[in-house]
Design a binder for this molecule. Structure first.
Ligand SMILES: Nc1nc2c(ncn2[C@@H]2O[C@H](COP(=O)(O)OP(=O)(O)OP(=O)(O)O)[C@@H](O)[C@H]2O)c(=O)[nH]1
Ligand SMILES: [K+]
Ligand SMILES: [Mg+2]
Length: 444
């Protein structure tokens, strides 16, 4: 599939920088490059120095470098060119204005380069999404996951399942299509045997505790506890900036504040909340409601108590779940050597003021993040879109095992294959494209 139009766009972020890259893709890319440089096309995929000139006035706009990518060995699979310019706003603006003067060129839509790469079979949809995730990756673990996906690991996994099912389906259909002959009695049995391991693998892949999705989105951690325990102080210490107001007055924090952190390479979304107490103050009461709501969908709750008042404060913690909660005793600097009381559950002693225990706390949170995000062995399911298609495939496969009519079995297998195909974009993709490519910005 080839496009008639040729698109261009900056591939680097706007602003002052050492280098700016402008990409072109489409049939007029080579001709445009010739007209901008005033020289014949250079050797394919080689970066060469060229002066970049206005195609009409001939004025030199920049001394840069260019590369020429003949089809199909380019990012999009079309004719492509790249201009490497000095990264000043005026330089980029002048070259973009010059490109606008050339015939058959248009500014690319967001995600259009990647869309063309997909349409030309250079990437499947999971790779497109891996590419989007890689561009958006903010931590090491996110980068690793995106690189694997961009490598096609997920696409291969889903493609492999789809292939096994297609083979089973083909055998079944061949048998159905020859009505003269009796269907072999054991046909359904053997098809079921072929389908069962795929259904099992899909079920296991789905039951991964949402690790891949959590890695993309970040571990949601909420700091909670009684007023004045030092929640906002801790929040600021972890965020390494004075993001929240700290004061000796109870009920200081009302809104839920959030920061995105990188803890040991794992993304964490940390929230500070209002101190939990009954209050007549309407605004503070709304803060408490927001705190409780925020805690409901958190992956981890960190309860902060005042080390001097642990025994009074502990019973008020809302339905403490030891596997999802950490309990901290803050302000240990005020204990002056006195031990913490025995309360029958592990308390992590810290002092935001002296810094004691903070390293241990950070290590603990990143360990929890790692445990909930790292996937061992098979690649992780990374998106809700994949999850719903896999669930659909599994429902069809499960139903196919109890169907006795070969036609019904075949129909279920077809549904499962189609659901898997939607993940990689092999079938029924049109409606999905806009949503996926809308994640991209212009020039990608
Ligand atoms: N001595 C000591 N004081 C602390 C420590 N951490 C916080 N504080 C003090 O405790 C008071 C309350 O701190 P905040 O961080 O505002 O407490 P909070 O839990 O966010 O309070 P609310 O938002 O009102 O619920 C402030 O005066 C802090 O300086 C600590 O480790 N040691
Ligand atoms: K306070
Ligand atoms: Mg606070």
């Amino acid at each position: 599939m080839t496009e008639d139009s040729t698109i261009y766009a900056p591939a680097t972020a706007p602003g002052r920088s050492g280098l700016a890259v402008i990409r072109l893709s489409g049939p007029a890319a080579g001709d445009s490059l010739r007209r901008l440089t005033g020289e014949p096309l250079s050797e394919a995929r080689r970066i060469v120095r060229r002066s970049i000139n206005h195609p009409i006035t001939g004025e030199t706009l920049d001394q840069g470098m260019v590369a020429w990518f003949p089809a199909p060995r380019s990012f999009t699979g079309e004719e492509g060119a790249e201009l490497y310019l000095h990264g000043g706003r005026a330089v980029v603006a002048a070259v973009l204005a010059a490109l606008a003067q050339l015939p058959n060129l248009k500014l690319a839509e967001p995600g259009e380069f990647t869309r063309r790469a997909f349409l030309n079979g250079r990437l499947d949809l999971t790779e497109v999404e891996g590419f989007a995730d890689l561009v958006a990756a903010e931590t090491e673990a996110q980068r690793r996951q995106a690189v694997r996906q961009l490598d096609g690991v997920l696409g291969e996994l889903y493609g492999g399942w789809s292939e096994s099912l297609t083979t089973a389906l083909a055998r079944l259909e061949a048998a159905i299509d020859f009505p003269d002959e009796d269907l072999p009695a054991n046909l359904i049995v053997s098809v079921t045997e072929q389908v069962a391991p795929v259904a099992k693998a899909i079920a296991e892949h789905l039951a991964d505790g949402h690790r891949g999705e959590r890695l993309r989105e970040g571990l949601s951690v909420v700091i909670m506890g009684p007023p004045n325990a030092g929640k906002s102080s801790l929040f600021n210490a972890l965020a390494r900036r004075e993001a929240a107001i700290v004061s000796p007055q109870e009920g200081t924090t009302r809104d839920v504040l959030e920061v995105a952190l990188d803890l040991g390479g794992y993304p964490v979304l940390l929230a500070d909340t209002a101190g939990l107490r009954r209050t007549r103050n309407e605004i503070e009461a709304e803060g408490v409601r927001r705190a409780e709501r925020r805690a409901e969908d958190a992956d981890l709750r960190i309860f902060v108590l005042d080390a001097e008042r642990v025994a009074d404060q502990l019973p008020n913690l809302l339905n403490l779940k030891q596997d999802r909660d950490l309990v901290l005793a803050n302000k240990t600097d005020l204990l002056a050597g006195r031990p913490l009381p025995e309360v029958g559950l592990p308390l992590l002693p810290i002092s935001v003021r002296s810094g004691a225990g903070l390293n241990e706390l950070v290590a603990r949170i990143s360990q929890i993040a790692a445990e909930s995000m790292d996937s061992v062995g098979s690649p992780a399911l990374t998106r809700a879109r994949h999850r719903s298609a896999l669930e659909e495939a599994l429902v069809a496969l499960t139903r196919s095992r109890v169907a006795h009519d070969p036609e019904l079995v075949a129909e279920d297998l077809r549904l499962a294959v189609r659901a898997l195909g939607r993940i990689t974009g092999r079938v029924d993709v049109e409606d999905l494209l806009d949503r996926i490519f809308s994640e991209f910005c212009i020039g990608k």
